[in-house]
Every structure is written in structure tokens, then in C-alpha cells.
Write a protein that binds this ligand. Structure first.
Ligand SMILES: [Zn+2]
Length: 307
């Protein structure tokens, strides 16, 4: 079986308007198909609300959709100052992103529902976090109407909406003052978004029968062997070696390290939209190094193509 071959038919990392992408799920599916992607995963941040439409769109485009999500987690290990310097990064990421895939998930099964429940409070953590901030302000003597804050927002409520409500309620004169005195990072009314650890996220994904891949490790500024050992110790199944931001030498280093520790590698364009100067697909990957869970899908796809 030709699973040692390289292919550009796989794109396991993309975003739609369900998170911070520019295009609808349908448009992303169409662009993937036009770019000759045949195995596509939509991996919106902390939400799986696009899966239903992605399945339908993929069917129309005659491509295979693999349900996915990119989970925002707490950093696994602290960034190295030296690597930050060498990569010209001023700040270490305050989160690590874990890609999760569910190649055999049955929609609406218990596993699906349980995972949805686990993910929901992280689901951008926005509504629960806003609720917590309104409660905290209440304890500090500032009574804010939660529904009015939410009504100010379109799809995703954030601190600027809260700040505007505080201005209109007469507690502060400006949005800036609301941030400076009350809701900016570290201020008394500020509540941090809750993030699971990588280990917790892996456990939740595995429970639902999924697999995980650490997204774009380049951004975390951690030494490669420490990174791979960490991944192995907490149950991460693969690393996103072939990411558009990784150059060949970093891909080479990650690939070797992952393979020598028995981890898989995945590939992804991390497509957010044409306005970001990005394009879907065109990320070559050797099929044999993808996590073995993908193999049956690819096998049946390539074999059906030959008939
Ligand atoms: Zn992404």
C-alpha cells in the first residue's frame, strides 16, 4: 500500500467564521476542494458548532471531512528566553493550542454529546467569563445588567461591551477608564478565561475517541526535545510538524524528534482567510507519518478513486 507517499491532499487545520476565520464553513469547504484538498478538518477555536454544516459542505464538494477543533490550553512548559530571542519573539504565548480530531466519531452519540459538554464552557469561555466578571463587579459595588452587556455584542461578547455598559451606567467616564480601574488584566473586576491543561484536554479528547496534535509548536519557544518529551508524558498523540509557519529545518527537527518518540505528525495550512494572505492546502505530508487513525479513511478514499 502506497502509504509512504507524500500528498498535498490533506489539510488538518482551518478556521471559519465560527471562530476567527474570514469565510463561512461552506466557503472554506469550497476553497479546500478547489485547492485539491481531499481530507479536510475544520478546527475552529474552542467550538465544534461548524461540524454539521462542514459535513454537508464536504459532501457537496466530494471531499472527506474530519471533525476537528483547536483547544486553547494553558502552556505546557515555560518558554525559553534564549529561543524567544533567537525567534525574535518578545512575549511567550500565554496559551498552547491543541488540535483534536475525531475520525470515527458518530454524530450525536454519547461520546459526541459528552465532548460537546466538556468543551462548552471553554467555547470561547466568553459568556461564562462575562457572567463571572459581572458578578465580581457586583461584589465590588458596581451593579451591571448582564443581559444589557450581552445585547451590545453580536456573536461574541467581550470586555469592550462590558466597558461601554459601565460608561452608560455612570460608573466610569470612558471605556479606557473602565479598563484602567476595573476590568483590565489584573484589575479587581478582571476574570481570566479558564484554560484546561494540555493533559486535561488530551484526556477529554481521548475519552471521546479522538486524537490530539500540538498545533504550531514554533510559537511556544521551547526546546524541541523538551517539547516532545512533554507531549509524550501527557498523552499528546502527534505534533503539527508541517505548519505553514515552520521552515524546512524546523520541520526536519520536529519530525525526527516526534518519530524517535513514537509520536505522529500532522499537517495544516491554519487557513484563516484570503485577507490574511493565506491559502488552503498545499502542505505536503508523508501519509505514513500521520496518526494511524487516519489510515482507514485515506485507504478507502484512494482505493475508491482507482475504480
Ligand atoms: Zn489555528
Amino acid at each position: 500500500m502506497g502509504l509512504h507517499m507524500w500528498t498535498e491532499a490533506v489539510d488538518l487545520h482551518s478556521h471559519s467564521t465560527n471562530s476567527d476565520g474570514q469565510h463561512s464553513v461552506e466557503q472554506v469547504a469550497m476553497m479546500m476542494s478547489t485547492s485539491n484538498v481531499r481530507f479536510w478538518s475544520l478546527t475552529d477555536h474552542d467550538t465544534i458548532s461548524g461540524w454539521g454544516s462542514a459535513f454537508q459542505a464536504a459532501k457537496r464538494e466530494q471531499i472527506t471531512f474530519i471533525p476537528g477543533v483547536e483547544i486553547t490550553c494553558a502552556p505546557g512548559i515555560p518558554a525559553s528566553e534564549a529561543i524567544m530571542k533567537s525567534r525574535l519573539r518578545e512575549r511567550a504565548s500565554d496559551s498552547w493550542h491543541l488540535l483534536a480530531y475525531f475520525p470515527d466519531l458518530e454524530m450525536s452519540s454519547d461520546k459526541h454529546e459528552d465532548f460537546k459538554k466538556w468543551l462548552a464552557p471553554l467555547g470561547d469561555g466568553r459568556i461564562p467569563r462575562m457572567q463571572a466578571m459581572v458578578e465580581r463587579l457586583e461584589q465590588l459595588g458596581l451593579s451591571i445588567d448582564f443581559d444589557s452587556v450581552v445585547a451590545r455584542a453580536g456573536d461574541s461578547v467581550g470586555r469592550p461591551h462590558l466597558a461601554d455598559e459601565m460608561v452608560d451606567s455612570g460608573y466610569v467616564a470612558t471605556r479606557q477608564q473602565a479598563f484602567d480601574e476595573w476590568i483590565g488584566d489584573g484589575k479587581p473586576g478582571h476574570v481570566q478565561r479558564s484554560k484546561p491543561s494540555i493533559e486535561e484536554a488530551c484526556a477529554a479528547v481521548h475519552k471521546a475517541g479522538g486524537i490530539t496534535s500540538l498545533a504550531h509548536p514554533l510559537y511556544y519557544c521551547v526546546e524541541t526535545s523538551a517539547l516532545i518529551e512533554f507531549c509524550q508524558s501527557v498523552g499528546v498523540d502527534a505534533v503539527e510538524c508541517f505548519h505553514r509557519s515552520h521552515d524546512d529545518s524546523y520541520r526536519y527537527e520536529l519530525w525526527n524528534a516526534a518519530k524517535s518518540h513514537g509520536l505522529g505528525v500532522t499537517c495544516g495550512s491554519d487557513f484563516h482567510g484570503v485577507n490574511y494572505n493565506q491559502s488552503p492546502g498545499s502542505v505536503a505530508v508523508p501519509i505514513s507519518t500521520l496518526p494511524s487513525e487516519f489510515e482507514p479513511i485515506m485507504r478507502s478514499h484512494f482505493e475508491s478513486m482507482r475504480q
